[in-house]
Ligand binder design. Structure first.
Ligand SMILES: NC(=O)c1ccc[n+]([C@@H]2O[C@H](COP(=O)([O-])OP(=O)(O)OC[C@H]3O[C@@H](n4cnc5c(N)ncnc54)[C@H](OP(=O)(O)O)[C@@H]3O)[C@@H](O)[C@H]2O)c1
Length: 358
C-alpha cells in the first residue's frame, strides 16, 4: 500500500511517500482495518510534523500499550480525519453495526498511526457510519472539527443540544475548519450565532447560519460584538492576546461559558517536559479560572477527543441538511505536501481534503 510518513520532525521536506508500505495489523480486538478513500488536513497535522505535542503523545502511547512494548515514535504517519470502508475487524468488534464493506468516517487518535495511508487501523469506538448523502471527500472534512466542537460544548459537563436553545453564542474565527462547523452545529441546536470573520467570508458565514457577522479587521469590531451580546457561550478558535476583551462580552452571572481551543497543555509539556509541564498547566488553569471568575463567567480549555457517538449525532444532522461540509481545496493523495503547505499558510476557509481516488 501507499503511505506517507516522517522519520524525524521538521518541515514539509520530511514527508516521504512509501509506495510499498506493509498493511497495518490489527492487534487490539476492538480495532478495525479501514481502506481510506479520503482524509483532510488540520492545523494539528502541520504542528505535529514539527514535533508539537510529541512529549505528551509519547507518554500516552506508552500508557496505551502497557505492559507490551510501547508503540514506536517513527516512522510516523500524520492525518487525523478519514472516510473509507471497513476491510477487516478485530474479534470483539460489533459486526452487526460495523460489517466488512461498510462505509465509515472518523478521526484517528494521535496515539495511532494517522490517516495519510491507504489503509489504517482505528479503534471501532472512535468511528461511525458515514452519512450516506456525503461523498468520501465531503465526509473526511468533518470528524476532527466535529469531535473538537463536541468536546468544547461538553467541557462544562454535558451541555447538550437543549442547553443551546435560544442561547446567544459567539464563535470567534468563523471561517476556519472548526468555525465553519461550529456555526452550523450550534445553529442546528437553536442558538443565535454571532461570529468574527475577515471581509471575504461575511456572506458565507451568513449562509452557514450566523445571524450577526463581524469583520474582525474593522476598528469597531469590539463595539459591534458587545452590541450583539451578552453571550451565553463563546467558542474561541483564535489565539488571542486580548482574551479579557472577550470575557467582558459574556453574561456576568456564572451561567455563561467561555471555551478556548488554544490550550497550553501541549506547548507546556513540549517546553518543560511532562512533570513540570503538567504542573505549569495546573497553575495556568488556576489563573485562567480566576480571571474568568473576575468577569463572572466560567472558562475552560477544550482538547480534541475521538467520539464515535458524537459522529452518529452529527451524521443525523447532516442527513437532515442542518450541517454541510465546507471544503476549500481538494488534492490527490500524492499531493500531500502541497495540501500541508496550503494549510500551514493559514487563512483557511473550511477544509483542505485529500481524495485517494484522484
Ligand atoms: N484544542 C484542540 O484540541 C484543537 C482542536 C482543533 C483545532 N485547534 C486549534 O484551533 C484553531 C482553529 O482550528 P481550525 O482547524 O479552525 O484552523 P483553520 O482552519 O486554520 O482556521 C483558522 C481561521 O481563523 C481565521 N482567523 C485568523 N485570525 C482571526 C481573527 N483574529 N479573528 C477571526 N478569525 C481569524 C483564519 O482566517 P484569516 O486569517 O484569513 O482571517 C482561518 O479561517 C487552530 O489554532 C487549531 O490548532 C485546537
Amino acid at each position: 500500500m501507499k503511505s506517507w510518513h516522517i522519520t524525524k520532525h521538521g518541515s514539509l521536506e520530511e514527508l516521504k511517500l512509501d509506495e510499498n508500505a506493509p498493511l497495518p495489523i490489527i492487534t487490539d480486538p476492538l480495532d478495525i482495518l479501514v481502506e481510506v478513500k479520503a482524509s483532510s488536513i488540520n492545523p494539528i497535522d502541520v504542528a505535529m510534523l514539527g514535533g508539537y505535542g510529541s512529549n505528551i503523545i509519547g507518554l500516552l502511547k506508552t500508557l496505551e500499550s502497557f505492559p507490551v512494548t510501547p508503540k514506536v515514535k517513527f516512522p510516523l504517519t500524520l492525518g487525523r480525519d478519514f472516510s473509507g470502508k471497513i476491510v477487516d475487524a478485530g474479534k470483539s468488534v460489533n459486526l452487526e453495526k460495523l460489517k466488512i464493506g461498510t462505509e465509515v468516517w472518523g478521526s484517528v487518535r494521535s496515539t495511532y498511526q494517522g490517516a495519510q495511508s491507504q489503509y489504517i487501523v482505528v479503534p471501532s469506538t472512535d468511528i461511525s457510519l458515514k452519512p450516506e448523502s456525503l461523498t468520501h471527500v465531503e465526509a473526511a472534512s468533518i470528524p476532527y472539527v466535529a469531535c473538537t466542537t463536541w468536546v468544547a460544548a461538553s467541557t462544562f459537563g454535558r451541555l447538550e443540544p437543549n442547553w443551546f436553545l435560544d442561547k446567544k453564542v459567539l464563535v470567534l474565527g468563523g471561517s476556519g475548519g472548526v468555525g465553519t462547523f461550529a456555526i452550523q452545529l450550534f445553529k442546528s441546536w437553536g442558538a443565535e450565532i454571532t461570529t468574527t470573520v475577515n471581509k471575504d467570508f461575511l456572506e458565507k458565514a451568513s449562509e452557514l447560519g450566523a445571524t450577526n457577522i463581524v469583520d474582525y479587521t474593522q476598528p469597531d469590531c469590539q463595539f459591534l460584538l458587545s452590541s450583539y451580546g451578552s453571550y451565553d457561550f463563546v467558542l474561541d478558535t483564535i489565539r488571542r492576546n486580548d482574551f479579557k476583551n472577550v470575557l467582558c462580552l459574556l453574561k456576568p452571572d456564572l451561567s455563561s461559558k467561555y471555551v478556548t481551543l488554544l490550550t497550553p497543555v501541549l506547548p507546556n509539556t513540549d517546553k518543560y517536559g511532562i512533570t513540570l509541564g503538567l504542573a505549569k498547566c495546573k497553575l495556568d488553569l488556576a489563573c485562567f479560572v480566576f480571571e474568568g471568575l473576575k468577569f463572572g463567567t466560567k472558562v475552560g480549555w477544550a482538547i480534541y477527543a475521538p467520539n464515535g457517538d458524537a459522529l452518529d449525532e452529527v451524521a443525523k444532522l447532516i442527513e437532515n441538511k442542518k450541517i454541510k461540509p465546507v471544503i476549500e481545496t481538494v488534492y490527490s493523495f500524492d499531493q500531500l505536501p502541497l495540501a500541508m503547505k496550503k494549510v500551514s499558510l493559514k487563512h483557511n476557509r473550511g477544509k483542505t481534503v485529500l481524495d485517494y481516488d484522484l
